[in-house]
Design a protein around this ligand. Sequence first.
Ligand code: DMJ
Length: 703
Amino acid sequence: MYPSSRKDFISLTLSDSYNNGKHRRQSCWRKWKQLSRLQRSLIFFLLALMLILGLLSYPSLNQDWPVPSDREEWLEAGEREPEAEPPGVRPVADPAIRKVPGFNKGPEVGPPAVLPGLLPQVVERPQGPQGPVPKKAPVKLSIGWQKRPLVSRRGPPGFQRWNNASDWPLRRDQPEQLADRADEEEEQEKEEKIVSWRGAMIEADQGTEPLPSAGERQEGGAALAGRDVAAAVPAPGIAVSPAAVQEVVDRPEAVRQAFRHAWLGYKSYAWGHDELKPVSKTFAEWFGLGLTLVDALDTMWILGLKEEFSEARGWVEKDLSFSRNVDVNLFESTIRVLGGLLSTYHLTSDQLFLEKAIDIGSRLMPAFNTPSKIPYSDVNIGKGTAHPPRWTTDSTVAEVTSIQLEFRELSRLTGDPQYQNAVNEVTRLVHNLAGKKDGLVPMFINTNTGHFSHKGVFTLGARTDSYYEYLLKQWIQGGKTEDSLLEDYLHALEGVRSHLLRQSGPSQLTFVGELSHNRFNPKMDHLVCFLPGTLALGAHHGLPGDHMDLAQQLMETCHQMYVQMETGLSPEIAHFNLPPATDGRDIHVKTPDRHNLLRPETVESLFYLYRFTKDPKYQDWGWDILQSFNKHTKVATGGYTSINNVRDPVNPGPRDKMESFFLGETLKYLYLLFSNDTELLSLDKFVFNTEAHPLPIWPSPPK
Ligand code: DMJ
C-alpha cells in the first residue's frame, strides 16, 4: 500500500469534469517515479524559473498596456462632470488628447485607409437622420497648452462615452482587448487627423497650433480686440478642474487661428491672385485684382494680425493696379474691392487705401452710362467701357441697388458728388418703379428701359437679397433722415409677411419662401439668412419690436439649416416641409442644392443677434459652425474649401475653392460674434456693407 499524499504529486487537473481523473493521476505519479533524480531536479528548476520570470514581468505588463485615462475621455466629451472616478482612472499627467477606441464604434468608425485615388470609406456617424438632429451642446475646448484641441463629436456625450459594453474602462486582465484597442486607437488617431480626398489632405479636426499664452494673445491682438481673451491659460503642470477646463475657450483666438490657416494657403499658392484653390494648390482668377487679399484687409486689422496685414499692405502699395484691360463685375468689385479699401482706410487712416479706393471707384463709373441710368453689370476698368452680359440687356436688381453705401461714402470722403449722384439716381428710379408686389421687387431690371423684367418671381434670396438690406443700411448711414428708404424697407417687410413667410412642419420653423407667378414655393436660399441680422439691426435703430421677434424666429431656422445636416453645415438652398404633409423632417435638400460655399449670412446674423440680446446661445451656435468648417472644409496644406455635399460627412466633396468672402466676411463676423466688446465696431457708429466692410454712420445728414 502506498499511502497517497496529495502533497506528493503534481496535479495536472484542469477541470472537475475531467474523466477518469483518478487513473490519470496514478499514471502520472508512476511516470514521475520512473524519472531519474537529475530529470526531476531539472523539471523543478525550470518550473521555479518560470515562476520567477512571471512575477518579474507582472509590473511592466501593468505599466505598458495603454489603459485609457477616463478623465481625458470626460474632458473630451466636455459635458459631464464625473462624480467619482471610476475604476482604472488615473489623473491626467499629459494633457495631450488620447482617443479612446470604442467612442466611435458601430456605424461611426470605418477603415482608416485611403488608397490613392479612392475616396475614404470612413463613416463618422450615421447618415440621413430620419428626424431633426438633436440640438448639439456647445463644444468645449480644453486647456490652452494642449497641442491638439479637442475633437468635436456630435450626439449626446453619453452616447459617445459609453455607447456599448466594450466602452467601459478596461481592466488589466483584458490584455487582448487592450492590444486591439491600442491598434484601433492608433488607426483612429491617424484617421481623425487626416481625411484624404483624391490626394488632397483635409484635416478632420480643427487647428493644431497650441493656443498662445495670455501674453502672446495680447501681443497678437489688436488694440480693438485685445479684450477678448475668454479665460486665463494655466501653466503646464497646474491641476485644472474639469469645470475650469470648460471655461478656458478662447474663441476669438480660434478664429485668428482659422484665419491664419486660410492665409497660409492663400500666401503659399495664390498670393496676389483672386482666389485660392486649396486642394490643387493653385489659384483662380476672376478680375485679377487680388480679390481675397483686398477683401481680407480689414479683417486682418480687426483680428489684430499685424504681420499679415503689413505684408498685404505692401502688396497693395506695390502691386495693386487697376490700370488693366479687364472686365469686372460692377457689384462684386464695388462691395469687395471699393468697400474693402474704404473700410480699411477708416480703420487705419492710411491714405494709401483712400487713393486706391478713389482709383477703382472712378474706373467703375462708366457702368452708369446707360440709356436708363440703371448701370450695366460689367466694366472694363482699363478701357473705361461698360456693357451688359452677352446674353441680355438686363442687370440684376440686387446688383444695381447694393452699391450705394460705397459710392455715397466715396463722395463724402472726396467731396466729389458724381459717385453719390449716380447711385442715388438708381435708388430714386427703383423707388418709383411699377411692378413691385407690396414692396417686393422682381429679380431683373432692364438697362435700356429702366423697367423690371422677368416679373412674377419674388424672393429674398439670390438676385434681390441685398436690395432690402441696403434700404435699411443707407437709411442708417445717412443718419435716419432719408424717409423714402425707410418707407421702401417697411413696405417690403409687409410684402414678406403677406406673401413669403410661412411655418414648416413638424417643428414650426418660420421661414421665408418664394412666390413664383402667385404660387408659393417653400424654398429658402442660405443667402436669406442675412435677414435676421438686418431685422435686428432695424429694431436696434428704433423700428418696431416685432422686427426683433421675427429676427429671432428666423435665426432659429437658419441655425436648424446647419444642425440638421450631417456635416453641421448648411446647404446652399433648403426646402421646407409645409404642414400637414410631413415625413418627420422640416428641411429637405435637393441634390443640386447640397453645396456649401463657406458663406457668411448665418454667422453675420448671429453677430447682430448676439450684440443686441447678449444671449450666449448665439455665440454657441456660431462656435459649432466654426467647428464644422474646421472639420469638413479645412485643407491641411492651408486654406478652406467649399464643399459639394453637406449631407455626406465622409466625402463632402471639396470644390477646391476658397471664396474671398470667407476671409472678408465669414471669419470677421465669427470674430465679432465671439468678442464681448460692444465698442468693437459699435453698431451705433458703423454700418457694414453687404461684404462685411464697416463704413461710418455719417455724423451729419446727406445734402
Ligand atoms: C457676398 O459677396 C456678399 O455677402 C453678397 O451680398 C452675397 N454673396 C456673398 C456671400 O454669400
